[in-house]
Design a protein around this ligand. Structure first.
Ligand code: XMP
Length: 521
């Protein structure tokens, strides 16, 4: 993991801050998101952040995350021991409670029974569990547990197999839970975090998007002065929100270049134009569809397609940017998850991702502005709404940079793009009609390039097969195929067959990721 604090964003430190110390658990980002959902600003830092750095941030509370290590292992991760002497309230979660236990002289052992999944927990009287039933379901994921409480601590929750499912020392402001309050499956988990933040850390809830927008706009104005700013607008949520923010801050000093590669969904290019044209900034739409299609002609290898699109995109953008000349600032839509966890480069390349966010290599500029660097995706959406962006842009599902090109198996033609756009629009419409768009995280159609025999009227047909792909996921790294009700599938299928020429068969992709990926190419 590669950590960075939110550099240069000290202004936001005027907000009360909670620090999440990361011990490598899988739910770390989720903890930070939950804290922010409670209107408290928070940052994720590495477990070994020095006490000086922590002190300088003046946090109102600290949360230790879970992690895969065994606390009794000599080289297991430990926080700076001075952290416990700051007098700042601490909440240790899973590995966090165990580390706290050992730090205060308690003992941790390998329990004979591993607790995993939904587990019934009994709560005793504790401010952390205020307003929570004495028995409820929590998400457990541990083998080790506290066997001997540290002196001065009391157990505040237990399960059949775990005597210390939670503990605390009120005088020291130290609290720990063996389960995961941040996970949805923990009933009342948010209430517990809320109690920690508001009743123990005395949070006032000063992290709101309205405030963030005001501060960010003032900050950008101040920084940019009368400089020129350039932004590559893709129409995706991040670049759209960044554009709206910059436009509010510097108006006509901002130029947004929107390269329409002709591989977008039905009406999407026009929607982007409508949202940003004549809105105070300079908006340039480059209709490069033909150029892209020409380069892609006859290419059927997925990686080659991606590379061609990436390179062509840069070329088109560069040509347009040159017309503007030197700019002072280039905007990038980096968001907080990218900051917390940027790839190490060791992983195998499954697909060359193309992102219309970062193009610093070939544009002549002085500095990068990353106005969303502090925000999680849901916060970016909130900010978008705050800035008055239309719902269809703010709630847009993720869409890959190479667009529909990687949803057409084999070579790409305008005729195939048309088939895909129409079938995809029908699917989106029917998912929305069924009220499922909030539940399914990504859904689209794929032109499989398979032709098969069918019968329509009394005649034989030999036409294309469309696949319907829909997934539920929280991070897009893994995903389950969505269980769309048969009636909705039926509607999608019959409408596609009836309304889209050259489709005579619709199939449903029922593969999760892994082993499949979400996109087909
Ligand atoms: P896969 O297919 O790898 O997709 O399971 C995971 C998520 O990433 C999106 N995706 C992309 N996004 N540029 C992007 O910005 C790309 O080149 C790209 N390829 C895939 C995909 O839509 C899914 O949400």
């Amino acid at each position: 993991m590669n950590f960075q604090t939110a550099k240069g964003m000290d202004k936001y430190m005027k907000n009360q801050t909670v620090i999440v110390l990361d011990f490598g658990g899988q739910y770390n980002q989720l903890i930070a998101r939950r804290v922010r959902e409670c209107s408290v600003y928070c940052e994720v830092l590495p477990y070994n952040t020095s006490v000086e750095t922590i002190k300088a941030m003046n946090p109102i509370g600290i949360i230790f995350t879970g992690g895969p290590a065994d606390v009794f292992d000599e080289c297991s991760p430990k926080c700076d021991s001075e952290v416990f002497k700051l007098g700042i309230p601490v909440l240790g979660i899973c590995y966090g409670i165990q580390m706290m236990g050992v730090a205060f002289g308690g003992e941790v052992y390998v329990a004979p029974i591993r607790e995993y999944g939904r587990t019934e927990v009994n709560f005793r009287d504790s401010i952390l569990f205020d307003g929570i039933k004495t028995k409820s379901i929590c998400w457990m994921s541990h083998t080790n547990q506290i066997s001997v409480l540290p002196e001065g601590f009391v157990s505040t929750a237990y399960t059949v197999d775990c005597k210390v499912a939670a503990m605390e020392n009120k005088d020291l402001n130290m609290y720990g839970v063996q389960f995961h309050p941040e996970v949805m499956h923990t009933e009342n988990g948010t209430q517990m975090l809320h109690n920690f933040l508001y009743k123990i850390c005395a949070a006032t809830g000063d992290w709101t998007m309205e405030d963030y927008a005001k501060t960010a706009i003032a900050d950008i104005k101040n920084k940019v002065g009368d400089g020129k700013v350039l932004l590559a607008l893709s129409g995706g949520v991040d670049s759209s929100v960044a554009a709206a923010l910059l436009s509010k801050a510097v108006g006509s000093q901002l130029t947004c270049i929107f390269v329409d590669h002709g591989l977008m969904r039905k009406n999407e290019g026009d929607e982007v134009e409508e949202a940003f044209k004549d809105k105070g900034m300079k908006f340039v739409r480059v209709n490069a569809g033909e150029q892209f299609l020409c380069k892609l002609s006859g290419v059927d290898d997925p990686e080659t397609k991606r590379k061609i699109i990436g390179e062509e995109f840069i070329r088109v953008f560069e040509a347009e940017a040159k017309k503007i000349g030197t700019v002072d600032y280039l905007v990038q839509g980096t968001i907080y998850p990218d900051v917390i966890e940027s790839g190490t480069g060791d992983a195998a390349v499954i697909k060359s991702h193309h992102n219309v966010g970062g193009l610093p290599d070939f544009v002549d500029f002085k500095e990068i502005i990353e106005p969303l660097r502090l925000l999680f995706k849901d916060e970016v959406r909130k900010l978008g709404l705050e800035l008055g962006l239309p719902d269809y842009l703010v709630w847009r599902q993720p869409f890959p940079g190479p667009g529909l090109a990687i949803r057409i198996i084999g070579d790409i033609t305008e005729a195939k793009l048309e088939i895909l756009r129409e079938s995809d629009a029908i699917m989106r419409e029917e998912i929305a009609n069924a009220g499922l768009n909030g539940e399914i995280n990504q859904y689209f159609t794929v032109l499989t390039n398979i032709k098969s025999v069918g019968v329509m009227g009394d005649a034989r047909t030999y036409d294309f097969t469309i696949a319907v792909r829909a997934v539920t996921t929280s991070d897009f790294m893994t995903a389950d195929f969505a269980h769309i009700p048969y009636e909705v599938l039926d509607k999608i299928s019959s409408r596609i067959i009836n309304e889209v020429k050259h489709i005579n068969r619709v199939v449903y992709d029922i593969t999760s990721k892994p082993p499949a990926t979400i996109e087909w190419e």
